[in-house]
Ligand binder design. Structure first.
Ligand code: PLP
Length: 376
């Protein structure tokens, strides 16, 4: 298979994978134990935290390690609600990932008022609508930095300015942008990242919490991670995460250029083969690694299965839990019809993809489109 589903997950960098076994032997001890083996693990955790904090330009004690971004996002949403019960209104974008959307829906069942911000046909948040929607009861605003289905990039600085003026907390899910697009840490009170989206293992993530903001933890126990995430730290994966971030940091310009070249080559080639394809969010800034395409006529599930048969792995944003795909909430909020939303296929590139693989991809897309078109 040639893998173009890097927004779903990435392969672990070989140089990180190679070290995991040694780290598992060197840092097996519990970092909360006071003996020297335990302290060796503690140093590994704190050195990793220090590296990530310096990469982001924030204090070390604002980095909270978790198991994944779903856990981070739930902790932030539910933790804020518990800490500031006098504010019972939440503003979120309609294009949030489900790990934000569903804890917010849970709060709405508990009586919170949820207001979805307007987005335009390119998926960009309407800042005037945001400004008008904030009230003294608003607890936080949540806007995803790079949407996982379409790659659209939001103006975090602009949103942050409004939130600061109106004195509400600002949270951004930065899972798809972390390491790939600059995040001005000053502008966001809370943000989350996940190892497996940046070539670290699954099962490790972190979030940033500005120090002075109260947050009630999801888990109560030993009080690890400044009391915000009890449970013995995953020392080896915390090390793997910081090592992976270091690789991104040291190669950032080359990696980003590579992703831009790969996605640019794909888009140009695709438009030559099938001139009437639509690239979602084409007119605005998008992540260099995500290209979502609405093909004429053919539904995404059929297209993806046919590409799979040809050895190409891609995805769509539609959920398919019941056998019948339902259109993505993200594309519907752009204003796409259900029928059109069900034709969206996501191609997401990773830094181990090559130009030659893009040539093969284009060839396979042309063949599959040609074959399937005759049935529509
Ligand atoms: N947020 C975004 C934007 C994502 O793309 C994902 C992963 O699909 C998540 C959150 C959840 O991440 P994790 O798998 O680490 O829980």
């Amino acid at each position: 298979m040639i893998y173009f589903d890097n927004a779903a997950t990435t392969k672990v960098f070989p140089e990180v994978l190679d070290k995991i076994k040694t780290w598992s032997q060197d840092y097996y001890a519990n970092p909360n134990s006071i003996h020297s083996d335990g302290q060796r693990s503690r140093i590994a955790v704190e050195e990793s935290r220090r590296y990530i904090a310096s990469f982001l330009g924030i204090p070390e004690d604002e980095i909270i390690f978790t198991s994944c971004a779903t856990e981070s996002n739930n902790t932030i949403v539910r933790g804020l609600a518990e800490s500031y019960p006098e504010r019972d209104e939440i503003l979120i974008s309609p294009i949030e990932h489900k790990s934000v959307l569903n804890p917010v829906r849970y709060l709405s069942k508990k009586g919170y008022r949820i207001r979805f911000l307007k987005v335009d046909s390119q998926g960009i948040i309407d800042l005037d609508d945001l400004k008008k929607s904030i009230t003294p009861k608003t607890l936080f605003v949540s806007v995803i930095h790079v949407n996982n289905e379409t790659g659209v990039v939001q103006d975090l600085e602009g949103i942050s300015k409004i939130c600061k003026e109106k004195d509400v907390f600002f949270f951004s899910d930065t899972v798809q942008s972390f390491c790939k697009i600059d995040i001005n840490s000053d502008s966001v009170d809370f943000f989350s990242a996940s190892g497996h989206k940046i070539n670290a293992p699954k099962g490790i993530g972190f979030f940033r919490r500005k120090k002075d903001i109260q947050l009630t933890p999801l888990l109560f126990g030993g009080g690890q991670e400044f009391g915000l995430r009890s449970g013995t730290e995953n020392v080896v994966y915390i090390k793997a995460l910081s090592e992976t971030i270091k690789i991104w940091n040291e190669n950032r310009t080359d990696f980003i250029k590579k992703l831009q070249d790969l996605s640019g080559k794909f888009i140009n080639g695709l438009k030559t083969i099938i001139p009437d394809v639509e690239i979602v969010s084409e007119k605005v800034e998008r992540s260099p690694s995500i290209v979502t395409v609405i093909f004429p006529k053919i539904d995404a599930q059929t297209f993806i299965m046919a590409l799979n048969t040809e050895g190409i792995a891609v995805s769509s944003g539609s959920a398919c839990s019941s056998g019948t795909p339902s259109p993505s909430h993200v594309l519907l909020s752009y204003g796409y019809s259900e029928e059109k939303a069900l034709r969206a296929v996501r191609f997401s590139f990773g830094i181990d993809n090559t130009e030659e693989e893009i040539d093969i991809l284009l060839e396979k897309v042309r063949d599959v489109f040609g074959k399937l078109s005759v049935f529509y």
